[in-house]
Write a protein that binds this ligand. Structure first.
Ligand SMILES: Cc1cc2nc3c(=O)[nH]c(=O)nc-3n(C[C@H](O)[C@H](O)[C@H](O)COP(=O)(O)OP(=O)(O)OC[C@H]3O[C@@H](n4cnc5c(N)ncnc54)[C@H](O)[C@@H]3O)c2cc1C
Length: 448
């Protein structure tokens, strides 16, 4: 007779780890099955041969992400401030200008317009009930249009549209016509407000993890490492006789419950018996992933700081990348420039060979920060849409009609199956904090 476990957790990203940690601390018999040979999922700290590192996936935490700070404290993992001093660069209509703070230097009409659009989005987002976005007073109207349709209607100058577009593409990781206005508002409220989502100071980009985000994932996993089976993609989930049988190539485990903590686009690659309910199957066909590539130049030192630059850039559609940040380590022992390449720009950029990509990137880096930027110690780029066990990033996106037609279908348990993953979280949906909260919630559903 096969040993009966209490819970099998599928997926060793932050959500699966949070679920496993909660259950393990209650002495439940668990196994975590992870397709990759590492934990962390959409967070990954890549170490270079000379010991330097870059976070190719999720890297920042910020205020109101309370569970992340608590986990850091519990596991003796430290965080540090993202570098945020000096001049930012705006690359608009093929002209460079510098500015400080969140809002670039532009003509007054565009500036007033940008302020109006951002404030209006924040005001509308306040009315969204996070546990039931589909029940907001205007939910049907907002779910019938894309974010782009709304933004175009409210941007009265083309420069305003270009800046708002680059900022929002960086927030959602998609073209603005790929996401419904209702989902956009839900996402804003879920992450506190738009200013928080866009900001370093008091915002979602305020802190980095010393040693990289992987450090925290590994620290969380350490107490139950012997219960994690790596290189074990789950292929079948069978519910029968009050137990679940979870299997893949060369393994099969039995348990009272299973928690699935994988991106929604990958759920359909598992064969469920009995089949998932119709609403769930249909919903899973409609959610798509955003597309983000991170592009890094790694230098001997953060030389742009000496020239008075923050390392931050916002660029319109003429440039290959939407936004740049200084992503150097805590001790600034070397310098890291990070460019975000998103949506159509990512599809175009990552369709090219590595040599061509590097040339385009270094041209952009040196256009903004001078000739030193053309000769990094290392060039690294990474596109998450190419990863078989992620298929995109930052998170699953709700296009028009899906929130109102399918409501809370994603997070609702299916008999013995409980659902986690950042996409099932009301708070900080799409972020690591959301992943942790979702994993803990799924574990509590079983414990209770
Ligand atoms: C480039 C980028 C930048 C980001 N920046 C930030 C940021 O700065 N701050 C922030 O908070 N968030 C950020 N995010 C988002 C954040 O990384 C994710 O929201 C979060 O990591 C998702 O965690 P998860 O556990 O829900 O899912 P995942 O991390 O996707 O974990 C799912 C796990 O399931 C495994 N898996 C998949 N299918 C199977 C299967 N069939 N069997 C077994 N295992 C399977 C996968 O290998 C993976 O390990 C970023 C993401 C990206 C990619």
């Amino acid at each position: 007779m096969t040993d009966l476990l209490d819970v099998i957790i599928v997926g060793g990203g932050f959500s699966g780890l949070a679920a496993a940690k909660t259950l393990h601390s209650q002495n439940k018999k668990i196994i975590l099955l992870e397709a990759r040979s590492r934990v962390g999922g959409r967070t990954h700290t890549r170490h270079l041969p000379d010991g330097k590192y870059v976070d190719v996936g999720g890297q920042w935490i910020g205020p109101t992400q309370d569970r992340m700070y608590e986990l850091c404290q519990e596991h003796d993992v430290t965080w540090y401030e993202t570098y945020n001093q000096g001049k930012n660069i705006l690359d608009l209509n093929k002209t460079l200008r510098t500015y400080t703070g969140l809002i670039p230097k532009m003509d007054v009409r565009s500036l007033i317009n940008i302020d109006f659009v951002l404030k209006k989005l924040d005001r509308l987002a306040k009315s969204i009930p996070l546990d039931k976005p589909w029940s907001a007073a205007n939910s049907k109207t907002w779910d019938s249009i894309s974010l782009e349709a709304w933004v175009r209607k409210h941007c009265f100058t083309s420069d305003c549209f270009k800046i708002v577009r680059a900022g929002l593409e960086t927030v959602y990781a998609c073209e603005l016509n790929e996401v419904s206005m209702l989902h956009a508002l839900f996402y804003i409220k879920s992450g506190t407000n738009l200013t928080c989502l866009l900001s370093i100071d008091k915002g979602a980009q305020q802190h980095r993890i010393k040693g990289g985000m992987q450090t925290l994932a590994e620290a969380i996993a350490t107490p139950f490492l012997s219960h994690i089976k790596f290189d074990s993609p789950v292929k079948n989930i069978l519910q029968q006789d009050n137990r679940v049988i979870v299997s893949g190539e060369g393994f099969s485990y039995h348990a009272r419950n299973v928690i699935i903590a994988i991106p929604p686009v990958l759920i359909s690659s598992i064969a469920f018996t009995p089949a998932l309910p119709l609403f769930k199957t249909q919903l899973l066909q409609k959610l798509s992933m955003g597309i983000v590539g991170k592009v890094f130049g790694i230098y001997e030192k953060p030389f742009w700081r000496e020239k008075g630059f923050s390392g931050q850039v916002v660029a319109d559609e003429h440039a290959p990348f939407q936004t740049f940040f200084d992503s150097s380590p805590a001790d600034s022992a070397y310098g890291v420039l990070l460019a975000f390449c998103i949506a159509d720009r990512a599809r175009n950029f990552f369709s090219q060979e590595e040599g061509a990509r590097k040339k385009i990137a270094l041209e952009a880096f040196s256009k903004y920060f001078g000739k030193e930027a053309a000769t990094p110690l290392h060039y690294v780029d990474h596109c998450w849409a190419d990863e078989a066990w992620s298929r995109g990033c930052y998170a699953g996106l709700y296009p028009t009609g899906v929130w109102t037609n399918f409501q809370n279908t994603l997070a609702k348990p299916t008999d013995l199956i409980h659902w986690a993953g950042t996409e099932t979280s009301d708070i900080w949906y799409g972020y690591i904090e959301g992943a942790v909260r979702a994993g803990e919630r799924a574990a509590r559903e079983i414990l209770n």
